[in-house]
Design a protein around this ligand. Sequence first.
Ligand SMILES: [Zn+2]
Length: 485
Amino acid sequence: MSELLKQPVVKDVPPKGDDLSAWYTAVCLRAELVSYAPVRGCVVLRPFGFGLWENLQRELDARFKASGHENAYFPLLIPESLLMKEAEHVEGFAPEVAWVTQGGTEQLTERLAIRPTSEVIIGTMYAQWIESHRDLPVLINQWCNVLRWEKATRPFLRTMEFLWQEGHTAHASAAQAREETLKILDIYHDFSDTVAALPVYAGVKSESERFPGAVETYSIEALMPDGKALQSATSHDLGQNFAKAYDITFADADKTIKYVYTTSWGMSWRMLGAVIMAHGDDRGLRIPPKLAPVQAVIVPIVRSEDRRALEKAPALLAALQKAGIRARLDDRDQKPGWKFAEWEIRGVPLRVEIGPRDVGNGTVTIVRRDKRKGEEGASRTVPIADIVRAVDAALEEVQANLYAQAHEFLVSHTFVVKERDEFLERCRNRSGMIDIPWCRRSECEAFVKSETGATTRNLRPLDADARCVACGEPARTRAYFAQSY
Ligand SMILES: [Zn+2]
């Protein structure tokens, strides 16, 4: 076995508060979400990790389809000549592109890029498909992998190859493209709130944080426990930049030939990294029920010769599964305490215990993962006849409580700051989201970055005349500053 193939052995998850980075890596491996791959920068998504991704995908895909989008698939390889057409885009991605230069034994006459994103290949096809205003809008999404050259490996947060969805749309007017960009931002915001249980700030990016080739980039930004922001999804209004580079035109109703307006937008498995980091605790993951591959695990408790719980368990499993609950029965030959700890590390929202006494009473005990042992509401005993309703209700409570805890954290770590010294200090110390009136000047942002490591995360309209807290020039917007992942 090569050096790279050796997996770090993780027996225990270290306390989350001591070293977030060590906790994060340990929990991703120990909960069997990922393994490191033989290629540096890549990870293997194991079944439990892929289950998270499938649930993200299903929830998001339903929202895209409900708003009129369709899925399609485009090739992995992009000819170099095509990639070179949009100058800003090329410059932005050049350092991260991997190239195929040889096929079999044949040296290629033109290099092929492995897609870092698909604006180029999709724009090229749209130029062929779109002829008339009647063909618009085109609303397509693609679920795929992309590759951006990267040596560091942090599961979900920093990997060379990653999974994502990328939407690409074409419209007849600038207003329609902007409307689409914002509609998608709302979908991401809603997904983050209601599925990932993660409150975020949504807004427009500053010029220096904008996607290469975009007119405007919007983002949702979550706050992690170490006070760093994590950009969880972006939505780009590309104006006519890509339409002009790739010659995507249409005949309008008055027969004049015009360039279309395009958008692109994406959420990657990075969102799962945010979920893991924001919700987890010292015992491991705490997965929001709507994302959890296993929502409830049934653990029968067998005492000496009394195996009635084990016999009763399959009927409970069947009842939960029939009701659409993602349930699993853990009937392995292990001690209950060992099983409890294993499922806690994996963050399964509910544990359904059934022991000999429960069998006699016709009850089960439901234990919530989001609460500590002994905390009010951590467990409840319910009649077996009531199990589906009780599990459903408890899942909703876990989902709501995880959101409430994350919301409380975001609110208590957002600081409206008026003094320059306090601003720089809070940026340096990673206090959280630092909210100031800002001048919107790149020089000012560059200065703050060099002094403190923080940048603007996103911006929103100014509510009253003010001076930029960072530099004293007239403010043009409000901005959240933070260090970021
Ligand atoms: Zn300024």
